[in-house]
Design a binder for this molecule. Structure first.
Ligand SMILES: C[S@@+](CC[C@H](N)C(=O)[O-])C[C@H]1O[C@@H](n2cnc3c(N)ncnc32)[C@H](O)[C@@H]1O
Length: 199
């Protein structure tokens, strides 16, 4: 897809999800930390549905997205906590560097990493977490409607669980549904929702 088409598609996505609440995987990870905010990175933050919640709870946040439009929308949000500590980076997460911290949040983004680059990204995620830190996010499974797209990273349940060998799994939920994408297209979803604590 050409860059301008990609920008247009993401703009439609941001319009489609505007105002939606934070993801349940993020909420679960944050609740498990109790009242101890730390440092988080939000990979593929989009217009910030999760970043806002992190800031609201006092976390220091590095929000990363490859689309300038995502970050422009995030920093323009009326609900951005005025005293929140946020740094934004407009870059691909495969190339990004971010501080060592307590939480890597990756809501509905890891499947967008090209398969050849995924192992290095996954290692970078683990290396950036302190012991006791958490990963929250999703993988797409082999029955997902986009599973034939060679540009996407798709994993079986066994592969997903294998990726979590260095973690204690706190949530591993399989979801399989027919619904529509935020851009209004019908889609079969096969998702593994994960919250895991680094040992
Ligand atoms: C499906 S949206 C998810 C946004 C948000 N995390 C959420 O849960 O709604 C994926 C986001 O990841 C960004 N993205 C996709 N591939 C990326 C990459 N390789 N590096 C950084 N951001 C990427 C897109 O620009 C988009 O904002």
């Amino acid at each position: 897809m050409a860059q301008d088409e990609r920008d247009k598609a993401w703009r439609a996505y941001y319009d489609g999800v505007a105002g939606r609440p934070p993801r349940p995987t993020l909420i679960e990870a944050l609740d498990r930390f109790g009242s101890n905010p730390g440092r988080a990175v939000d990979l593929g933050c989009g217009d910030g549905r999760d970043t806002i919640e992190l800031l609201r709870r006092g976390w220091l946040v590095t929000a990363i997205d490859a689309e300038p439009e995502a970050l422009a929308r995030l920093v323009a949000r009326a609900d951005l906590p005025p005293d929140g500590v946020l740094s934004t980076r407009c870059t691909r997460f495969e190339e990004a560097v971010w501080p060592i911290g307590d939480l890597v949040n990756a809501s509905f983004v890891l499947p967008l990493c090209p398969p050849a680059m995924f192992p290095a990204l996954w290692t970078k995620i683990a290396d950036s977490l302190r012991p006791g830190g958490r990963f929250a996010g999703q993988f797409y499974g082999p029955r997902d409607g986009w599973a034939d797209d060679a540009a996407m990273t798709i994993v079986t349940e066994a592969q997903a669980r294998g990726l979590l060998d260095a973690y204690a799994i706190e949530r591993f939920t399989e979801e399989e549904t027919d619904s529509v994408t935020p851009r209004g297209k019908p889609k079969h979803w096969h998702i593994f929702h994960v919250v895991a604590r680094k040992r």
